[in-house]
Design a protein around this ligand. Structure first.
Ligand SMILES: Cc1cc2nc3c(=O)[nH]c(=O)nc-3n(C[C@H](O)[C@H](O)[C@H](O)COP(=O)(O)O)c2cc1C
Length: 309
């Protein structure tokens, strides 16, 4: 009989052995490579000590989640009920940092917050509205760098209480920024360094994966906030942690919206993306997943007599 492997089964090859993990069954064990090879070759219903299920018996919701690229968040939830009292938070504390091993380009440090207008934060907040269509002139490199710089300044001015930003990183999908190659850029916000990961024209692909939302067609860029789930898991191994991650990412997005608005740019925030496609586009390893997107571009000039759009 053909057996069906659990959608949560992970086999990690090691020297002469393999590590088997199934977060749904809450099993993690090491088996010898010879035993594993024998079990697989004989079509055994047992892999290591795990009993595979017959077709139709495994949970279809889980299989669906895995096919959508949500495996890491599902594993996070599965493994999150353990004893977490011995976790060393300090060791893992880190902020929104991307590993850019080969920084190919530096946007440069720009001094201080440089609001484009005299508007107060309160006025910016009151007039902020989601913007889904942008001025075709686009942002230039210096304006985008100013927005990111001010975003980092604003983030830095807020306490990361509890280290909630651990394991978060970001990438920018650039569509049309004067002076920048369109494509996927990995960002190291702390050092203000961006590394071009993949040159590509991605307006249509992004519009498609954002459930048909049209913002990417005229936007300058989309910033993607990404979670490294194993880092989150070690830092926050409790059940409420997944919810905290979503809330924290939302809070971070608010700072980018503020920085954008201060420089005359509008934003569309949404987590409504086809995550599997976005993972592939960003070249993320299986341990990481996108959580939130902020699409931005210059606001169109206000028409005489028209309100904010
Ligand atoms: C959790 C979340 C999910 C969203 N999903 C979608 C979506 O599926 N489609 C869409 O057009 N906008 C989506 N948005 C954007 C909201 O529709 C947008 O914030 C809304 O237009 C509110 O307008 P305002 O920001 O001007 O108040 C989403 C926003 C959030 C926070």
């Amino acid at each position: 009989m053909t057996m069906q492997w659990s959608p949560m089964l992970v086999i990690r090859p090691e020297a002469g052995s393999a590590r088997l993990e199934d977060s749904e069954l809450r099993v993690a064990e090491t088996v010898s490579a010879a035993t594993l090879a024998e079990q697989i070759a004989s079509g055994s219903a047992v892999i290591g000590s795990l009993v595979t299920s017959e077709p139709g018996q495994s949970n279809p919701v889980r299989a669906d989640w895995v096919s959508k690229g949500w495996r890491p968040s599902l594993e996070y939830f599965d493994w999150s009920e353990g004893d977490w009292s011995e976790v060393d938070g300090e060791e893992l504390a880190e902020e929104l940092v991307t590993e850019t091993t080969t920084p190919g380009w530096r946007w440069g440090k720009l001094v201080g917050i440089t609001p484009a207008s005299e508007r107060t934060v309160g006025e910016v907040l009151i007039h902020r509205r989601t913007v889904r269509s942008y001025d075709p002139k686009g942002l230039d490199q210096a304006a985008f760098a100013r927005i990111l710089h001010d975003f980092v300044v604003l983030l830095g001015g807020t306490t990361d209480s509890g280290g909630f930003r651990a394991g978060l990183k970001s990438a920018a999908i650039v569509y049309g920024i004067d002076g920048l190659t369109p494509g996927v850029w990995n960002l190291d916000l702390r050092n203000e360094v961006a590394a071009l990961a993949r040159p590509a024209e991605l307006r249509q692909a992004m519009s498609d994966l954002m459930c048909g939302m049209q913002a990417a067609k005229t936007a300058s860029a989309t910033l993607v906030l990404i979670a490294d789930f194993p880092v989150r898991q070690r830092r926050f191994p409790y059940e409420r942690a997944l919810r905290e991650l979503y809330i924290e990412v939302g809070r971070i997005a608010q700072w980018l919206i503020l920085a954008s608005e201060a420089h005359g740019a509008g934003c569309l925030i949404t987590p409504a993306t086809n995550d599997k496609v976005l993972c592939d586009m960003l070249g993320l390893p299986p341990r990481e997943a996108p959580i939130y997107t902020i699409t931005l571009g210059p606001r169109k000039p206000a028409r005489a007599g028209a309100g904010e759009s």
